[in-house]
Unconditional design. Structure first.
Ligand code: NAD
Ligand code: UFG
Length: 334
């Protein structure tokens, strides 16, 4: 039996493929490479010494998905494939709803047709909406403040309804907080095209000399140093959470929302200081206006993940920055 990983060539998907292969699973990737490179597949092979079967297909094609499910015995799906840029989702909402929501429906229809009803889905802390900053619990109200967030709210609802109607489904709705870092080998990491939207990829490019200075979006929030606080977790810890989630859904019917975060928040300036330590140099920054849609604090209550999945994050901020810099240095050298 194999595990199908949609979006498996992406940032979080590639790290999860490594964990699955290390555990001895057979892994099939389906990815349209709209936001990733086929090179990643080689890197996964280099790290694990194992090979994966790759389908360069779109999850919007039910015919392509049928072929995959016909060619392989698939026991469960880890569903990462999706578009994820908040700002872009405001500009092209139709693309986001089509790709993320319709793509998930295509996948579920094909899974059902082939009797495969176990899934771990990439949701996001964004479903807590403007919220209070947390620590967010899974039974807090969900809402969305942009089309990207709404795709996650809608998909969570769709998957919950599907699981309620048929007890053969077991689905983990994994609400990631802020994944950062890279594989310790420096072979896999996050390499966004264009100017990065997210803090750590931006800092990495300042450290590499590609960008002049970090813009700190606001220093007048109600936080200890006035800058935004987030719950950062190492992408390898996050990947390990998926293995635990797959074990859980195997024996538990229904759809279950689970936060994946550390429960500890760090401010922008604290992350910057940790990154300076990792790269051994001062990183220039300026205080810029607040970014629209940002909240002061966003942190997880990670208790449910520990209780249900037996998972908790183990890797600290210094290691997250060390691994991010290790990857960024390798990219710099080409
Ligand atoms: P990513 O863009 O690196 O990976 C997504 C992968 O899916 C890419 O390889 C892309 O080519 C592929 N893809 C997109 N649409 C597809 C389609 N229709 N058919 C086939 N492949 C398709 O993103 P990531 O950071 O690895 O995120 C993975 C998932 O986790 C996404 O659903 C994202 O919304 C969610 N998530 C990410 C974060 C984060 O901070 N990175 C936080 C919360 C949730
Ligand atoms: N920030 C800066 N400068 C930057 C980028 C970010 O100061 O150049 C600040 C932000 O204001 C925020 C913090 O750094 O306080 C983290 O910002 P990120 O963009 O890295 O992460 P967000 O928490 O804003 O966004 C993440 C995901 C989104 C998701 C959101 C809510 O990237 O997809 O969490 O879960 F919607």
């Amino acid at each position: 039996m194999a595990i199908l990983v949609t979006g498996g060539a992406g940032y979080i998907g590639s790290h999860t493929c490594v964990e699955l292969l290390n555990k001895g699973e057979e892994v099939i990737i389906v990815d349209n490479f709209s936001n990733s490179s086929p090179d990643v597949i080689k890197k996964i092979g280099q790290i694990t010494g194992k090979s994966v079967t790759v389908y360069s297909d779109d999850i919007l094609s039910e015919a392509a998905l049928h072929n995959i499910f016909t060619a392989h015995k698939i026991s469960a799906v880890v569903h990462f494939a999706g578009l994820k840029a908040v700002g872009e989702s405001v500009r092209v909402p139709m693309d986001y709803y089509y790709n993320n929501v319709s793509g998930t429906l295509c996948l579920c229809r094909v899974m059902a047709a082939h009797g495969c009803k176990k899934m771990a889905f990439s949701s996001s802390a964004t479903v807590y909406g403007a919220g209070t900053g947390g620590p967010f619990r899974e039974d807090d109200a969900v809402s969305a403040i942009n089309p990207y967030g709404m795709t996650k709210v809608m998909i969570e609802r769709i998957l919950t309804d599907i699981a309620a109607a048929d007890p053969k489904w077991g689905i983990a709705l994994l609400r990631y907080f802020n994944p950062i870092g890279a594989h310790p080998s420096g072979l896999l990491g996050e390499d966004p095209t264009g100017i990065p939207n997210n803090l750590v990829p931006y800092i990495a490019q300042v450290a590499s000399g590609k960008l002049a200075r970090v813009q700190v979006y606001g220093d007048d929030y109600e936080t200890p140093d006035g800058t935004g606080v987030r719950d950062y977790l190492h992408v390898s810890d996050l990947a390990a959470g998926h293995i635990k989630a797959l074990e859980y859904v195997e024996n538990h019917p229904g759809a279950e929302a689970v936060n994946l975060g550390t429960g500890t928040g760090y401010s922008v300036l604290e992350v910057l200081a940790a990154y300076e330590k990792a790269c051994g140099k001062k990183l220039p920054y300026v205080i810029a206006p607040r970014r629209e849609g940002d909240t002061a604090v966003c942190c997880a209550d990670p208790a449910k993940a520990k209780r249900l999945l037996g998972w908790e994050a183990a890797i600290g901020l210094d290691e997250m920055c060390r691994d991010s810099w290790n990857y960024a240095k390798k990219l710099q050298k080409g």
